[in-house]
Design a protein around this ligand. Structure first.
Ligand code: GAL
Length: 373
């Protein structure tokens, strides 16, 4: 964690500790994490932003499930700002939340505020994105993030029959936000499939934005998963490296918000669905991107049914409140630098044009009208 981030987080925690000292005496709470056992269901839910469709779904779904079960819920969105998320978590704990569900804006800066929350016996669940550098996260619930990338890499490999191709086939890879722990897993899953083809020359990366290894993923990361940043990055690559009629054949986009920016860039560069249009991956099944898939402007998206993640976290909270053992299915993969966090991983799946009706609409994830059907 950078020096400034540490100072910011510590300063915030210092102020917070003072404010809590005053309320601790009021709550009369007992030892770490037990406060929720056999008792209160007072949940602070902290989501990273409203600007990306999925987080609104995640927050609202979990809130309604919990409230239906009689829990008190304080749902907050942090506008992708770390200090805002820290102060929201502080307020949630000061307001009596004894269970925290946190989808981190930046998984590297929450250790101090969680340490303070722990002093109030809060139980902490990392939601979708792991929280790093702290022993004070109790559980993690997410989709299999490495598999998300693997599905994107294998989709490209199969669609272009890379195993039998001679190439060169031009690819432009992108990665997610450098402060998002998931992004390295997405990239690693895809690049473990694709890098051998880059090394063999079947795939070429005209822009040179080709990490030599997974550890170098952040070099092509797009901060905040911002569509406009992905669009301008693609504009640069197309105008600098695709002149004289050269066409890009594939774009590895780790999620839908980046894909929509990349597609806008391709459109303004004169690309149109059809023969010369590149293969483009995605993730999240955002409505605009499902529409793009139906219109031939995107090839696939990796669907993560956020309703199942909400339900899994809801079940975890019920187990915590009942004082039961919390159900997890992975106790190896997610080492946050302080501990291997007991996790529950859900399965992502590929959605292409022919799956939209059955997987997304018939299941009620989206409505036909949302995508012009
Ligand atoms: C990731 C999340 C993805 C995508 C991205 C941007 O952490 O797993 O589903 O939404 O953030 O928000």
């Amino acid at each position: 964690m950078s020096k400034t981030k540490k100072i910011l987080a510590l300063a915030a925690a210092g102020v917070f500790a003072l404010s809590l000292a005053s309320c601790a005496s009021d709550s009369g709470s007992t030892g770490g994490g037990e406060a929720a056992a056999g008792g209160d269901c007072n949940v602070g839910v902290s989501m990273p932003t409203r600007s990306l469709e999925r987080w609104i779904n995640d927050g609202e779904q979990l809130k309604s499930l919990l409230e239906e079960a009689g829990c008190t819920v304080d749902l907050q969105y942090a506008d992708n700002k770390t200090d805002q998320q820290i102060s929201q978590i502080q307020n949630q704990v000061a307001g009596g939340s004894n269970i925290l569900v946190v989808a981190a804006v930046d998984g590297q800066v929450l250790a101090p505020v969680l340490a303070e929350a722990k002093k109030q016996d809060a139980t902490v669940i990392a939601y979708d994105r792991l929280i790093n550098g702290t022993p004070d996260v109790d559980y993690y619930a997410t989709f299999d993030n490495y598999k998300v990338g693997q599905l994107q890499g294998e989709f490209i490999e199969t669609q272009l029959d890379l195993a039998n191709a001679t190439g060169p086939i031009s690819i432009e890879p992108f990665a997610g936000s450098p402060d998002d722990n998931n992004a390295k897993f997405f990239f690693s899953g895809a690049w473990d499939v694709l890098l051998p083809y880059v090394e063999s020359g079947v795939l070429v990366v005209p822009s040179g934005q080709s990490p030599a290894s997974n550890d170098d993923w952040a070099s092509i990361g797009i901060q905040g998963w911002a569509s406009d940043k992905a669009q301008s990055e693609m504009d640069n690559r197309l105008s600098s490296f695709y002149t004289g009629g050269d066409k890009v054949d594939v774009v590895l986009s780790p999620n839908d918000s980046l894909a929509i920016g990349i597609e806008a860039s391709l459109k303004s560069a004169g690309y149109a669905p059809g023969a010369d249009y590149p293969l483009i991956t995605g993730q999240d099944a955002d409505k605009a991107n499902v529409k793009a898939i139906l219109d031939g402007e995107q090839s696939m998206t990796v669907w993560k049914d956020t309703r199942t993640l909400g339900k899994q976290v809801f079940d975890m909270i019920q187990e915590i409140v009942a004082g039961d053992e919390v159900t997890v299915n992975d106790t190896k993969t997610y080492d946050n630098g302080e501990k291997v966090v007991p996790s529950f991983l859900l399965d992502p799946e590929v959605v292409v044009k022919d799956d939209v009706q059955t997987k997304l609409i018939d299941s009620g994830f989206i409505k036909a009208a949302d995508v012009g059907l």
